[in-house]
Design a protein around this ligand. Structure first.
Ligand code: HEM
Length: 118
């Protein structure tokens, strides 16, 4: 189930006009490794398998990410999750993704909290 979510979502991400180029540039030639890491990541979150032990914050530095790009990412993710997963399971994944997106943005200095500063 997690594999299907990850494969379908990143297939859409790659074809997205805004997100696609970022991934093509950053992950070119390592796509299947990226998918495997993302399956481990979600497996760790949803099933507490501890299969993932990376550093998501560092992976997103230097990519020039914006709140708009995060909103796009979350939109695509929510759409895919609601299509593929049972409703309660989909909402669990979406809620986790939202919270992680928020903490990534705060870490990058572009978070909702950063934006509210004068
Ligand atoms: C604007 C939105 C986002 C973009 C453009 C983006 C882009 C990327 C890229 C290009 C990588 C690969 C880095 C590399 O291997 O060199 C990556 C890795 C990763 N992303 Fe994102 N990401 C976004 C949002 C998110 C969100 C919201 C999550 C979590 C819910 C997430 C979780 C991860 C994880 C776990 C990795 C693997 C890090 C590692 O190598 O251990 N990303 N992302």
């Amino acid at each position: 189930m997690i594999r299907e979510l990850v494969v379908t979502f990143y297939d859409r991400v790659l074809r997205d006009p805004e997100l696609g180029p970022i991934f093509h540039k950053a992950v070119s030639g390592r796509w299947s490794e990226h998918l495997a890491v993302m399956v481990d990541f979600w497996s760790s979150i949803a099933l507490r398998t501890a299969r993932y032990s990376g550093k998501p914050q560092a992976a997103h530095m230097g990519l020039d990410l914006t709140p708009e790009l995060f909103a796009r990412w979350l939109d695509l993710f929510a759409g895919t999750a609601r299509e593929i997963l049972k409703p309660d399971v989909a909402e669990f994944f979406i809620e986790r993704a939202r919270r992680i997106a928020e903490s990534l943005q705060i870490g990058l200095g572009i978070g909702p909290k950063a934006l509210r500063l004068p």
